[in-house]
Design a protein around this ligand. Structure first.
Ligand code: CO
Ligand code: CO
Length: 378
């Protein structure tokens, strides 16, 4: 990414603040703070806060021990350092808010990330300040990915696909879900994933695959099992999130059948995803295929979610999300059919809205893969 990219993003949100009725936006550690500053902080007991004011350079409240992070930044910033004495922190917040011109008016926050910890300091430092969600404002920007973001996501997909392909032939009867998940995690890191994976892989065998959010356990792989793997990599903090299903030997015929319907629904979703249609239209197209197949009651979640700096972000591909799809948006399409006690199939792709349709970033075959008890795989 060009070094000025972060400055451009700061200037862009500054230009949008007035229309949103906000004096400034305050962000604590996480993907939003990193998006605007390129800086990374852990969410810990010390309250780091980046304030993007309507004009002038950004203000950053941070511990002295992290001061090296703001040396040589490629854009101007006004840092306010605090020491290890929490008794002095309200004073630091006061000085920082004053510098940002924030004594009253509305400060935009991200409700699902900002903690009561930061909120208390803000309220104590500026009792007349009002708070409002800046979620929509920021997601409008973050939903549209630029070329450098797309390149990172493409790499996250490539790493994830290579990692899975690398372990498939080693899946053998008798291994537990946890063992397979551990091998997959090792492979993801060896292929170049960031150590902070977007999420721990789901590896579920047989009846466990009927739980869409199963976590790997002690269940042992057996002949006749369906194997569901939902995994992803992160590359320079951008995520992939993929699901594929496999069979060890012959499956119950109904499981073979639902695998075909889910693949068909996935195709319908990718065909429905294009600029100008609402996110809900993609969900409807997917759900229609599964309902017509008679399994509508067994598709128990939305069709997908935005993907990028977070594994789940806007837009949400659900009947309730009317976001109009635009070129540069990236999200998952992940229909599933789950038969309790028997097994479930989900096929999840990561897609990009283009000028005239949608392109899948994921390229692995969507067919039910056959695992063999010996060392080969068809
Ligand atoms: Co997934
Ligand atoms: Co997903």
């Amino acid at each position: 990414m060009s070094e000025n990219q972060h400055l451009k993003r700061q200037q862009r949100i500054q230009a949008l603040l007035g229309k949103a009725g906000l004096q400034a936006v305050a962000l604590n550690p996480g993907p939003d703070l990193t998006y605007f500053s390129g800086l990374e902080f852990h969410l810990m007991e010390r309250p780091v806060l980046l304030i993007l004011p309507g004009d002038g350079p950004s203000v950053l409240i941070l511990p002295e021990l992290e001061s090296a992070k703001v040396d040589d930044l490629p854009y101007p910033i006004r840092p306010f350092f605090f020491n290890e004495d929490p008794g002095t922190w309200v004073g630091i917040f006061q000085a920082a808010l004053q510098e940002a011109g924030l004594s009253s008016g509305k400060l935009g926050l991200i409700p699902r990330r900002l903690r009561v910890l930061e909120l208390n300091y803000l309220q104590s430092a500026a009792p007349d300040l009002e708070f409002e969600s800046a979620q929509d404002l920021i997601s409008q920007m973050r939903m549209i990915k630029d070329g450098s973001e797309l390149a990172k996501m493409g790499e996250a997909v490539r790493i994830a696909e290579c990692a899975l392909t690398g372990i498939l032939s080693s899946l053998k009867p008798g291994q537990t879900e946890k063992e397979v998940a551990a091998r997959l995690v090792g492979r993801l890191l060896a292929q170049g994933s960031d150590p902070a994976l977007p999420f721990f892989p789901i590896v579920s065998f047989g009846e466990n695959s009927a739980n869409p959010h199963a976590s790997p356990g002690e269940r042992v792989l057996k002949e006749g099992d369906l194997v569901l793997i939902d995994w992803g990599a992160a590359y320079q903090r951008y995520c992939s999130d993929i699901t594929r299903v496999f069979a060890l030997g012959d499956l119950h015929p109904e499981l073979d059948k639902i695998a075909l319907f889910v693949a068909e629904a996935n195709t319908a979703g990718r065909e429905a995803a294009k600029p100008g249609v609402p996110a809900s239209a993609v969900d409807r197209a997917v759900r229609q295929v599964i309902s017509e197949a008679g399994y509508g009651d067994y598709f128990t979640h939305r069709t997908g979610h935005g993907l990028g700096g977070e594994a789940h972000e806007e837009p949400y591909i659900s009947e309730f999300d009317q976001t109009i799809l635009k070129p540069g948006m990236t999200f998952t399409i992940e229909p599933g059919i789950y038969l309790p006690g028997r097994g479930g199939v989900r096929i999840e792709d990561d897609v990009l809205i283009t000028e005239d349709g949608c392109r899948s970033l994921t390229e692995l075959s969507r067919e039910l893969g056959q695992l063999l008890p010996d060392d080969s795989m068809i």
